[in-house]
Design a protein around this ligand. Structure first.
Ligand code: CIR
Length: 260
């Protein structure tokens, strides 16, 4: 079954105060940001997803990055406990929005987990051990998901914010990866497509069956994705990237509803 619903959120007017880990703070053009985000939503709609756009959270600078607040599977949704304290209040509205579509369970303190660290490949989940997701968070996720027949494995990453900065699914058993940010041996059995060297951050891609949403900033990796047989929908993502956001960060994708 294909994804048919995307949850997104309008950018916050205070996004200039976003969390930054690897990038220096540079000015975000708020008008351009809002147009880029609108285009992102439009591409999702062109790909026949219904988009539930939540209102902006004026006091939460990073709230546009809804991916980090939850892990959504067909059977349930797990509300995270984001590693950055400034982001913890983002989860309440996401839990409310998801509760009409999924049974909702929660990561609890002292666990921390960012959705950007969680990569789903069939029944196998890989979770980045990052500055945001700790071992306790990974173990709680594994305990929550084991009755649903999912396996969870921790993965080492280096030099990037989240696991999905370095590796994303482009097929049911295939990953796009940036090898200098992780060791590919951690994904036994998966087919691997490599990003173009020098295109840092190009492994982050939204996959919707044979369509992918991908930043204009990585033209050589886009060619590789096309060569792999995917339809690439490119967009200018410059302002969201200044806040260390990748394309996956701005949506939570759902297939159907498993409530009621
Ligand atoms: C943060 O540092 O939390 C935000 N400025 C960027 C989060 C990007 N989210 C993601 O990659 N899933």
């Amino acid at each position: 079954m294909k994804y048919n619903l995307a949850i997104t959120r309008s950018p916050s007017a205070t996004m200039a105060n976003c969390e930054l880990t690897h990038l220096d703070r540079v000015q975000i053009d708020m008008g351009l940001l809002s147009r880029q985000h609108a285009r992102y939503v439009e591409i999702l709609e062109e790909l026949e997803l219904e988009v539930l756009e939540l209102p902006a959270e004026p006091t939460l600078p990073d709230a546009v990055f809804v991916e980090d607040a939850a892990v959504v599977l067909d059977e349930l949704a797990v509300i995270t406990r984001p590693g950055a304290e400034s982001r913890r209040a983002e989860t309440a509205s996401i839990a409310r929005a998801l509760s009409t579509h999924r049974r909702v369970l929660h990561i609890e303190a002292p666990g921390t987990l960012d959705g950007g660290d969680v990569l789903v490949l069939g029944r196998q989940l890989y979770v980045g051990r990052s500055t945001r997701s700790n071992q306790e968070g990974i173990e709680q996720l594994a305990r929550i998901l084991s009755p649903f027949n999912y396996s969870v494995a921790g993965v080492e990453v280096r030099g990037c914010l989240h696991l999905k900065s370095a590796a994303c699914a482009i097929g049911d058993d295939a990953l796009l990866i940036q090898e200098d940010w992780l060791d590919p041996k951690q994904f036994q059995g998966a087919r691997l497509l490599h990003t173009q060297p020098g295109e840092d951050g190009a492994a982050n891609v939204v996959r919707l069956d044979r369509d992918v949403i991908f930043p204009l900033a990585f033209p050589r990796t886009a060619e590789r994705l096309e060569g792999y047989g995917l339809r690439v929908h490119q967009l200018d993502y410059s302002e969201l990237a200044k806040a260390e956001g990748g394309v996956t960060c701005c949506s939570l994708l759902l297939r159907g509803s498993t409530i009621g």
